[in-house]
Design a protein around this ligand. Structure first.
Ligand SMILES: [Zn+2]
Length: 328
């Protein structure tokens, strides 16, 4: 679906930074970022109002991607775990419309990532695909018939909270054995911290250097895996296996034939992909071939996807209006 012409502003609110992009014809024409205020709440809202207060006359709508659950119909937040504030049923879109004067549409940040990768990234041309974003947590989005599914309570594709281990760890959501408890960046760092404290791993020790555990990140663990550190290789193998199992389940349920992996931890794609591909191949007797790709877009994918979503919603509303006019 092509968005209505004009410019759209996409804003991606993350735990540490707020990124924005002005998008025209599915291309970014301007972009920038500011730190997310630690206080969250009203300070964050007034910052978003300032960001959107002096838009040019060509801006048609704003898309706002948020790191939590939102209601896309009432355009209110429901649950934003990592940003302080009273987010239950907070009418965030209506608040920002007061200062911006243009329509505001909200969605989950992983669904925004999915829009960007489907329309202009690694999923371009795919009709039925799964998009996974691996960062502190695990996010996801599902495309069917060439469109990212966005539910009323925007939880379609919420892959991080799919159960994959009945006897697993308790997740931040209250569930047990969620994918996020084994396949996220924080799960990887937690696991490798125990390895670093209890095992003699020369590769890991050399990668961490004098900084010790503070230097433990998905990137440094990935470098240890490049040096054939057996613990790092095993950790990525396990993550890939679990991602492949969960993604394979999504492919079976939704008849998907393509999986795209992005997010901060996707720099380790080369270490995750082999076991993930093997787990996906176990499902192909049911699903047919499933292709696996690294994401193509960088850290702007969230704000780009939010702008693309604003364009799609604007077009939907315009076509609803014109069909209502025809009916009268
Ligand atoms: Zn969970």
């Amino acid at each position: 679906m092509m968005a209505e012409s004009g410019q759209y502003l996409g804003i991606d609110v993350g735990g540490t930074r707020i990124k924005w992009s002005v998008v025209e014809d599915a291309k970014i024409v301007a972009t920038g970022d500011v730190p997310t205020p630690r206080e969250g709440g009203e300070i964050l809202i007034s910052l978003l109002k300032n960001l959107t207060a002096s838009l040019g006359p060509t801006t048609r709508a704003i898309g706002l991607a948020l790191p939590g659950l939102v209601n896309t119909q009432t355009r209110s937040t429901i649950f934003i775990p990592n940003i302080p504030g009273s987010w239950m049923n907070y009418p965030i879109a209506a608040e920002i419309e007061k200062s911006s004067g243009v329509p505001v549409f909200i969605l989950n940040d992983a669904r925004a990532f999915g829009h960007a990768e489907l329309i202009v990234g690694a999923g371009r041309g795919e009709r039925n695909a799964l998009f996974l974003t691996l960062g502190t947590g695990v996010g996801g989005a599902i495309a069917r018939d060439g469109q990212i599914l966005v539910g009323e309570i925007d939880s379609i594709g919420e892959m991080g909270h799919v159960n994959i281990d009945a006897a697993g760890e308790i997740c931040g959501c209250g569930g047990v054995g969620c994918l996020e408890t084994v396949a996220s960046g924080s799960a990887l760092v937690g696991h490798m911290a125990r390895v670093a404290l209890t095992s003699l791993s020369p590769a890991l020790a050399s990668v961490l250097g004098d900084s010790g555990l503070q230097a433990l990140t998905p990137e440094s663990i990935s470098r240890a895996a490049d040096m054939k550190d057996p613990w790092a290789l095993a950790a990525f193998e396990k993550i890939g296996r679990h991602l492949g199992l969960a993604a394979g389940t999504a492919c079976v349920l939704m008849q998907l034939s393509c999986v795209v992996v992005g997010g901060g931890m996707s720099g380790a794609f080369r270490h995750i992909a082999p076991s993930m591909k093997a787990a996906l191949e176990e499902r192909t007797s049911v699903t047919g071939a499933i292709s696996l790709h690294p994401a193509q877009l960088g850290s702007e994918s969230g704000s780009l996807g939010a702008a693309l979503y604003a364009g799609i919603r604007t077009e939907q509303q315009a076509s609803q209006l014109s069909s209502q006019e025809l009916a009268h």
